[in-house]
Structure formats: structure tokens, C-alpha cells
Unconditional design. Structure first.
Length: 375
């Protein structure tokens, strides 16, 4: 689609997906502008999981080794009912050079990607807003001084999140709905009974709790909650974990927040020369930690398609089915985790134990969560 090195691409959104797209395109000699309405990049960890398949594909832009230099390597997932382990997944047996999940702050991941992008001579244009866009690539951008200019680009990539201005501008539908519960997200230091080479996915009548180790001896906590405060304190997080997992002693809280989770999938990934990637195209439950990973892989596939003369419609054919699978998997995980009827919990636990005791099933689920199934 991009017929010469003089081709220009606008990337809207400087999160992990947008930065990956810009990095991959710039490395292929394409002229790239990447803009973001925010004043700076992420300074909190938010998405903290980088799965094996993402580590594989990021080799193409020389980012994998940089992530691994900062990350904690976690090969095991422990599925728990309260304080009792009911099943385990072990990534260390998977056929990949990266048989583990890399746990790293999203702020660090974005900083690595920005540094890599800068090596190609491209910097993020902060405080720059998309005011208008059409399917032919005419984009009106408003700079930090408030001046608007219209430029035509050969391709535009909307990587600007769930409330995507790009998606809205070209009138692509985004059907779906939200979960009833909110989610608490926090990075904490704490005494936690599970080894630091393990991510815990805990089911309880009170709701879901995920605990994963982070660098600097911290833990990422994700938990459902009915009406959490905007910035839960250490006592709030400790109470959530004690009610669900039976044990936790939270020390300091590096940061915390609450958010609502939606499961939505764009009706189309393309309109004219405009493409959607990452959360602009699909959002889902954080169970499994697959959101950022799916978006990064979207970006690399799209950069390849745009620069190799492949049918641009192949992007949607390749990536939309992956998002549909991820939405289905994470929705099932979330709904299974939040079952609050005693009889149903017993059936759920029996099914999980029985299923994950069968090696082919255990391997299949590990391949799905690691995203190695999407090769």
C-alpha cells in the first residue's frame, strides 16, 4: 500500500500499540508522525504483562532484549479458589525462546519503545490533537499552540484507545458492553504467600483477584470491586485480598486506581486508508493480561502489511479473529472467576481441575494465554 519511502503515515496515540507501529514503520524507512493529545507518556504501570508471543515478535524491532533487561520473568500461573490452589499452568514447557511472561511496568515498556523510535529520528508530538479526519487520509491536527493544519497521509493508524477519535471520525461502530463491576488496579509492596515466579488468578465469591510480581519487589494487583474509591489505599487492597485469598499484608502503594472494563470489538478494522489497532479496535477484561499484547501484535502485522504491498484488507482478516478469540477467552475467565453460588463454584473448580489435569488441554490453554496460539 505504501508505494515508496516517501510515503507518510500518521499514528494517533503514543501508547504501546502506537509506539510499536511507529517504530516498525520508521525502521522500514517510512516517514512517520506520531501524535498524542496527552502532555506526556505513562508514568504508572497499568498493563504490566508481556507474553511470550509478544516477546517473539518484538525481536523484529530490537525491543525484546531491552524489555528483558528490566523485567521479572514469571513462568507459572496458579489458579486458586480462595487460598487453595486448584490448577497450574507452566509456561516453561512451551516451545519458544521465551517460556515465561515478562512482568514490567507499562511506563518502562513505553520508555523503551520511545527510545527505540528516537533511534530512527522520530519523536512523539505531545499535546497534539486530532480535530478531523476522513477515510482518504486528510487529517486536521491541532498543535500545542492551538494552531490547526490539515495534511494528507498515505495511511492513518488509530491507536488512541477505547474512546478513539480516529474510529469516531470515520464512523466505525464499536459494539459491546461493560461489566457490572469495577476493577481495582494497584502496584504495592506486600507480604504474599505465593512464590515470585508465579502469577495468581484467584476465584472467590467476593470476586476475582490477580496478583503478579513486578520489578523492585512489588506486586501488581487487579481485583473486581462493587464500588471502590478512586484511589484505593493499602488497607482497601489488603481487605480485598484477605477476603478472597486469605492472606496479604500490604505495605506501601506505589499507585492505585479504579476502572470499568468493557468487552467491545470494532465492526471493521479499516475504512479507506484509516486503520485501527489495539484498544481502538478491541477492549476486554484484564483477565489473562492480553490487551497490550494483542495491540502490539496488531501494530507489527499492520506495519508489515503496509510496507510489503500485501492486500490491506488482509490486516482485518488476520487480526480481527484473534481479537474475537481473546474477547471470548477473557470474558469466560472473568465470568467463571466471579461465580458466587456455592454449588456453581464447586462445579467450576471440578471442571478446571479435571480439564487442566489433561496435558493436551493444559497445553492448549497455556498456548492461548501466552498468545503463542496466534502465530
Amino acid at each position: 500500500m505504501l508505494t515508496s519511502m516517501r510515503s507518510s503515515v500518521l499514528v494517533v496515540g503514543a501508547g504501546p500499540t502506537g509506539l510499536t507501529a511507529a517504530t516498525a514503520l520508521a525502521a522500514r524507512g517510512v516517514t512517520v508522525r506520531i501524535v498524542d493529545a496527552a502532555s506526556e507518556g505513562a508514568n504508572t504501570s497499568r498493563a504490566a504483562v508481556v507474553h511470550p508471543r509478544t516477546l517473539e515478535v518484538l525481536e523484529a524491532v530490537d525491543v525484546t532484549r531491552r524489555i528483558l533487561a528490566r523485567a521479572v520473568r514469571v513462568p507459572r500461573f496458579d489458579i486458586r479458589d480462595g487460598s487453595n490452589s486448584i490448577a497450574q499452568l507452566d509456561f516453561s514447557t512451551l516451545r519458544t525462546d521465551y517460556p515465561f511472561t515478562a512482568m514490567i511496568s507499562q511506563a518502562d515498556t513505553e520508555a523503551i519503545l520511545r527510545d527505540r523510535l528516537a533511534e530512527s529520528g522520530v519523536a512523539v508530538e505531545w499535546n497534539t490533537r486530532l480535530d478531523d479526519l476522513d477515510a482518504d487520509g486528510h487529517a486536521r491536527l491541532r498543535d500545542p499552540a492551538g494552531v490547526s493544519r490539515t495534511t494528507r497521509f498515505d495511511a492513518v493508524i488509530g491507536a488512541d484507545g477505547m474512546r478513539s477519535a480516529v474510529r469516531d471520525a470515520v464512523a466505525i461502530g464499536f459494539p459491546g458492553s461493560g461489566y457490572e463491576q469495577s476493577f481495582v488496579l494497584a502496584d504495592v509492596s506486600m507480604a504474599w504467600p505465593v512464590p515470585r515466579d508465579t502469577v495468581s488468578l484467584t476465584f472467590a465469591p467476593e470476586g476475582l483477584a490477580v496478583v503478579a510480581p513486578l520489578p523492585d519487589n512489588r506486586f501488581r494487583v487487579v481485583a473486581t470491586a462493587d464500588d471502590p474509591s478512586e484511589h484505593p489505599a493499602g488497607a482497601d487492597i489488603e481487605s480485598l485480598l484477605r477476603a478472597r485469598a486469605g492472606a496479604a499484608e500490604v505495605g506501601d502503594v506505589a499507585w492505585s486506581g479504579r476502572f470499568r472494563v468493557h468487552h467491545r470489538l470494532a465492526e471493521s478494522y479499516r475504512r479507506g486508508v484509516v486503520f485501527l489497532a489495539g484498544d481502538a479496535a478491541h477492549v476486554h477484561s484484564p483477565a489473562g493480561g492480553q490487551g497490550m499484547n494483542t495491540g502490539i501484535q496488531d501494530a507489527l502485522v499492520l506495519a508489515e502489511i503496509l510496507t510489503t504491498g500485501v492486500d490491506p484488507d488482509s490486516y482485518e482478516r488476520r487480526r480481527r479473529p484473534v481479537a474475537r478469540r481473546v474477547l471470548r477467552l477473557t470474558d469466560r475467565m472473568t465470568r467463571a472467576a466471579t461465580v458466587d453460588v456455592t454449588g456453581a463454584r464447586a462445579v467450576r473448580n471440578t471442571v478446571i481441575r479435571a480439564g487442566l489435569s489433561v496435558p493436551p488441554i493444559r497445553h492448549r490453554i497455556a498456548m492461548e494465554i501466552s498468545e503463542l496460539a496466534y502465530r
